[in-house]
Design a protein around this ligand. Structure first.
Ligand code: ATP
Length: 230
């Protein structure tokens, strides 16, 4: 089992999910990912963390405040989902390691709670570009979730990421409860080929994105006249 420096062992606390994204806008691919991960991994809750200023991609089209509000609408009726506005409230570029360090403080999750960072395969394939990426494993487990159009093959991983994957990957999803951080699990969710990019493209062309994201989010987009321009 990989070593996790500085964290006290968990005595079988239910793991908490941590789900970051641009959510520009949030859609059913995100919601099913969080719901299926919560069930498959036995997560007590999923903490949704919209990025304020994402580090590795173009400036989002909707403001951070709108993306936070849309995420709030989308998750409102799920008691297992928690909204975390810290990255949106921060003036700084959003990086995952400092976010996890914040969650590890005693007044948030503390050092023993297992945390599971939920990422789609596309995000995981770029992990080596993340700020202080190796420290992710000292702070959380990672669940890599399948996504149509992407595969998790050894040849698609850089040598360093492939080595981390080999050393840390476990098949037993329940193993995540046994330690606070350090392992990787891959799991298959119901494949949903939905992306925020495609939803924005529908909206800019005046087409309806209905059934790709919750009606409450579509109402919000219409009321605030979002995504009408490239
Ligand atoms: P965009 O099209 O603007 O790049 P997106 O739809 O990929 O956006 P993000 O907010 O960038 O949404 O994604 C947040 C996380 O959710 C990422 O880890 C991403 O891999 C995952 N994700 C997004 N859509 C899906 C989907 N349909 N199936 C599985 N995972 C998804």
């Amino acid at each position: 089992m990989p070593e996790t420096r500085g964290l006290a062992p968990s005595s079988s606390l239910a793991p908490q999910g941590v789900f970051g994204g641009t959510f520009d806008p949030v859609h059913y691919g995100h919601l099913r990912l969080a719901e299926e991960a919560a069930e498959a991994l036995g997560l007590s809750s999923v903490r949704w963390i919209p990025a304020g200023q994402p580090a590795l991609r173009a400036v989002p089209q909707a403001s951070a405040a709108h993306r936070l509000a849309m995420t709030r609408c989308a998750i409102a009726d799920n008691p297992r989902f928690i909204l975390d506005d810290a990255e949106v409230a921060s003036e700084r570029v959003s990086y995952t390691v400092p976010t996890l360090e914040r969650l590890r403080r005693a007044e948030v999750c503390g050092s023993r709670q297992p945390l599971v960072l939920l990422t789609g395969v596309d995000a995981f394939l770029r992990l080596e570009a993340w700020h202080r990426w190796r420290q992710l494993f000292e702070l959380a487990h990672i669940a890599v979730v399948c996504r149509p159009g992407y595969s998790l093959r050894a040849e698609d991983l850089s040598p360093a990421l492939a080595a981390a994957f080999r050393a840390r990957c476990v098949d037993d999803l329940a193993a995540l409860s046994a330690s606070p951080a350090g392992q990787i699990v891959a799991f298959a969710m119901t494949p949903l080929d939905i992306s925020a990019t495609r939803i924005r493209a529908f909206l800019v062309r005046g087409m309806t994105p209905r059934y790709l994201l919750p009606d409450a989010v579509i109402d919000y987009i219409r009321r605030h006249n979002l995504y009408t321009e490239h």
